[in-house]
Design a binder for this molecule. Structure first.
Ligand SMILES: [Fe+2]
Length: 270
């Protein structure tokens, strides 16, 4: 990777003992060390939150993030952990967030990382996005490249972009970890300017040497230096600070946009 840009991993399950991610503090620290060695200086801890099943409270998550930050300092790993959650979509999300029962990205109440079920797009999805926007909260959709239901209906993603939904892609999608179609989608999205953040989505320490380096190089070559920096540093930093971001979606989805003329893939989003 060119230069040493302080990067932000926006999606990671390194908080120990709370979900299907790191099982112990040692595993959490091992994930953190690999991220630091790949060039990350900040990571958002995003444990799974499933309404009615895994209902970690914002206070639980923030307390555990504090403990992990102290352990990282003791271990000499210069990585900062910020609180977050990967919230599985459910109809009452916007209300839960307003009642303080869900944790927004960085805890600033402006952006919410959410995921869809693996195999279907629930009928209330657009309603949840709309209600969140109405409440002043911007949804950030986790790994849109990995949902088979979207591969079948890319126009849905186009609709969501028009609603102002931001996208976070998983680094390992770029190397084919989740299959051919996820790879194709991640690559197209990386080129597109639709992506505002990237994530390791690490659940355990990688067995690979220098994990994430190849994917970061690939991302940089696909997106170009300016977009790479925006996705890995500037935009996730602004999200964590709760600052406003311009949505590129309207411009990109216009029929006469140079990008839609050039790339037939984007036409599928209409
Ligand atoms: Fe995840």
């Amino acid at each position: 990777m060119k230069g040493s840009i302080p990067m932000i991993d926006f999606h990671c399950h390194l908080l120990p003992g709370v979900d299907d991610g790191a099982e112990s503090l040692a595993e959490g620290l091992a994930i953190a060390r690999q991220l630091y060695e790949a060039g990350f200086t900040t990571v958002v801890a995003t444990p799974h939150v499933l309404e009615g099943r895994v209902m970690l409270t914002p206070a639980d998550i923030e307390q555990r993030v504090g403990e992990l930050n102290r352990a990282l300092k003791d271990a000499g790993i210069a990585l900062n952990v910020h609180p977050g959650a990967e919230n599985h979509i459910f109809p009452a999300m916007a209300g839960y967030l307003q009642e303080g029962r869900l944790l927004s990205a960085g805890g600033k109440g402006k952006y919410l990382l959410l995921e869809l079920p693996a195999w279907e797009i629930p009928p209330y999805t657009e309603q949840v996005f709309f209600e969140l926007k109405l409440a002043g909260v911007t949804p950030v959709l986790a790994h849109p490249e990995r949902y088979p239901a979207l591969w079948e209906a890319p126009g849905r993603l186009g609709q969501w972009l028009k609603l102002g939904v931001l996208l976070q892609i998983d680094l390992r999608s770029l190397s084919g970890h989740y299959g051919r179609l996820a790879k194709e989608w991640a690559q197209e999205l990386a080129r597109s300017g639709f992506v505002h953040a990237i994530g390791s989505d690490a659940h355990s320490p990688s067995h690979r040497q220098n994990p994430y380096r190849d994917e970061l190089d690939k991302l940089q070559s696909l997106a170009g230096d300016a977009r790479f920096r925006a996705m890995t540093e500037d935009n996730p930093r602004r999200i964590l600070l709760g600052e406003d971001l311009p949505s590129p979606a309207e411009d990109i989805l216009r029929e006469d946009s140079p990008r839609t003329r050039r790339k037939s893939w984007f036409r599928r989003l209409h």
